[in-house]
Design a protein around this ligand. Structure first.
Ligand SMILES: [Zn+2]
Length: 186
């Protein structure tokens, strides 16, 4: 389905009832932009609830779009509530650190929240050979920083910025920890 065809789904009023050509053009541009972002989010695997949070669209519209693009309903469930999944595996934390550095850089732009996360996810999956974090996990990384459950630190060994729980006492990044563990005693 083409973008401008889908855009018509999101318009609240028929074109003939809109106040003027200029307003109609602006509204159409905004709707097309939101539609494009919505399609990309759904294609990248974002669940309907997260898409609604990022775009402000109604849940029924997003769920319908999700079903059209994937051929099945969006899985239920919200964002994860804890960081347990990340902490179970140092490789996940290593990739979460990359996600955070990408997010920190890209959020400085004038992009919308949806556009920033799309750019972060696309950059992350392009840079990593075997991405471990799906779209939901990627979106939750900056959330953990915002909630002050995680903080950014600088590794005392290699100087790289990484993320970890605020109450963690270690001062080295997951990459250095893995390196020293592998070479311990060697
Ligand atoms: Zn390090």
């Amino acid at each position: 389905m083409h973008v401008h065809c889908l855009a018509s789904l999101f318009l609240h009023r028929p074109c003939c009832q809109q106040p003027g050509r200029r307003n109609r053009s602006v509204e159409l541009c905004i709707q097309v932009m939101i539609t494009t972002e919505t399609i990309q989010l759904v294609q990248l695997g974002a669940r309907a609830n997260l898409v609604c949070q990022l775009t402000g669209l109604e849940k029924t519209i997003v769920k319908r779009l999700y079903r059209q693009l994937h051929g099945h309903p969006s899985p239920p469930g919200q964002m994860p509530y804890t960081d347990t999944w990340y902490l179970e595996n140092p490789s996940r934390m290593l990739q979460a650190a990359l996600v955070w550095r990408l997010y920190r850089r890209l959020k400085e732009s004038e992009r919308s929240a949806a556009r920033v996360l799309i750019a972060v996810f696309e950059s992350y999956t392009y840079m990593v050979i075997e991405p471990l974090l799906n779209f939901t996990r990627v979106a939750f990384v900056p959330h953990l920083i915002t909630m002050k459950l995680w903080s950014e630190r600088r590794c005392e060994s290699c100087g790289t910025a990484y993320v970890s729980p605020v109450d963690e006492s270690l001062e080295t990044c997951p990459g250095c920890r893995r390196y020293y563990r592998l070479h311990r005693g060697g």
